[in-house]
Design a protein around this ligand. Structure first.
Ligand SMILES: *Cc1c(COP(=O)(O)O)cnc(C)c1O
Length: 402
């Protein structure tokens, strides 16, 4: 009898007992999602610009499949670099006002590639406490021993850590070179919608002569001119060493990318394990992404609509007495506090054909549960009004509002 093995499976089952699986979407992404046979207002996708189901992106994918097929046959480093990959990377670099770009299969992968390749055991990382899980995992993967975590957006603490890190830099690594010091931050923090103080971070990085990296997953397509991201938003083009982005949110498809100086991107192309040992983007993904970047370069109409929708939501929620937190972006958290209340609120919204998921511990601290509303350029004013009315109804039922 395989008693040990059975015990492991039993343990796994016990750990997830009572947990629900995600709901299943039976339509494409848009202002509405068909779930359990009915259209529900979509208030929780990261499809900020409505590109995920856009006609132009769909056609680009179809045309590319007709020209090149679907798969790329091998990792990029062997025979798997299609000319579409290069076109996408050139367009991303241009869009981000950067020298060069490297595309991989996810923002998660991009963080792994950027951090693991640049940082080794004997280097030093300085990181915001609320950075995304993929940054935390990537830092772990780098096996770096010296990690300084500063309080969320606390520039005094960041400077203290930089002062200490500079002292530690005087002791060389075992290869005789000084340790690399890298500051890492999210650009837009997705749970609250607040932004990293990039200007101060860059000024401190320049003062202490250290590298900077920003993960702009929720900033690209959202902040900055034409949605070029947080570095552009703060007028810091050329002053942040490593920009990581996702192609899975505003860009509407999937994938991730890194932009920076040509030499950095060339180095990653030859050294990043995520690039060398894992396949690149598929043909249709890549073609659709080229179309997405072209759309964003050509017009800021969708970005403007997204902001208009976000501003409208915040204003209307506030008018009704909801607490929408500290967001500086279209992300609109509706703060509820209690975990069980947030779960019940989301369930009741769903009964009213509004799909907005609760955000609870460990995604946010205990007692800070919320429903996070994600507006999109795909929403019309009437869609938002419908959602706001449902929130008001449920809030009264649950005595969140009087
Ligand atoms: C979503 C997200 C990622 C992961 O991006 P994928 O393309 O889904 O892998 C990484 N970092 C941040 C900050 C994110 O919000």
């Amino acid at each position: 009898m395989a008693q040990q093995v059975e015990a492991i499976y039993k343990q796994l089952g016990q750990e997830i007992a009572g947990r629900k699986f995600p709901r299943i979407v039976e339509s494409g992404q848009g202002a509405y999602l068909t779930i359990e046979g009915k259209p529900r207002l979509n208030f929780c996708s990261n499809n900020y610009l409505g590109l995920a189901n856009d006609e132009v992106l769909r056609q680009a994918a179809i045309d590319a499949i007709n020209n090149y097929g679907v798969g790329t046959g091998s990792v990029r480093a062997l025979s798997g670099t299609n000319e579409l990959h290069i076109d996408l990377e050139n367009k991303l670099a241009h869009f981000k006002h950067a020298e060069a770009a490297l595309a991989v299969t996810g923002g998660y992968m991009a963080n792994m590639a950027a951090i693991q390749t640049i940082i080794g055991k004997e280097d030093i990382v300085v990181s915001d406490e609320l950075n995304h899980a993929s940054i935390i995992d990537a830092v772990r993967l780098s096996q770096v021993k010296l990690k300084f975590i500063y309080k969320h957006r606390d520039m005094g603490e960041l400077e203290e850590h930089l002062r200490e890190a500079s002292k530690l830099r005087e002791t060389p690594r075992s290869d005789g070179k000084p340790p690399v010091i890298l500051i890492i931050t999210d650009g837009v923090f997705s749970m609250d919608g607040d932004m990293a103080p990039m200007t101060q971070i860059v000024e401190l990085a320049e003062k202490y002569d250290v590298l900077t990296m920003v993960d702009d997953a929720h900033g690209e397509g959202v902040v900055g001119d034409h949605g070029r991201g947080i570095v552009d938003h703060f007028g810091l083009n050329g002053r942040v060493d490593i920009e990581v982005g996702t192609l899975s949110k505003a860009f509407g498809v999937m994938g991730g990318f890194i932009t920076g100086r040509q030499v950095l991107i060339d180095y990653l192309r030859l050294r990043a394990r995520q690039f060398l040992f894992s396949n690149g983007l598929s043909v249709p993904d890549t073609a659709a992404l080229i179309a997405a970047v072209e759309i964003l370069e050509a017009s800021d109409e969708r970005v403007k609509k997204l902001w208009k929708n976000g501003d409208y939501l915040k204003e209307e929620f506030k008018k009704r007495g909801f607490n929408t937190g500290q967001s500086e972006t279209p992300i609109t958290p509706v703060m509820l506090g209690d975990e069980a209340l947030a779960v019940e609120f989301s369930n009741k919204l769903f009964i009213n054909d509004v799909y907005a998921t609760q955000i609870v511990f460990p995604m946010v601290p205990k007692g800070m549960a919320r429903i996070r509303v994600m507006p999109s350029a795909a929403h019309a004013r009437e869609d938002l009004d419908k959602g706001i009315a449902a929130f008001e109804k449920v809030a009264k039922e649950l005595h969140v509002l009087q």
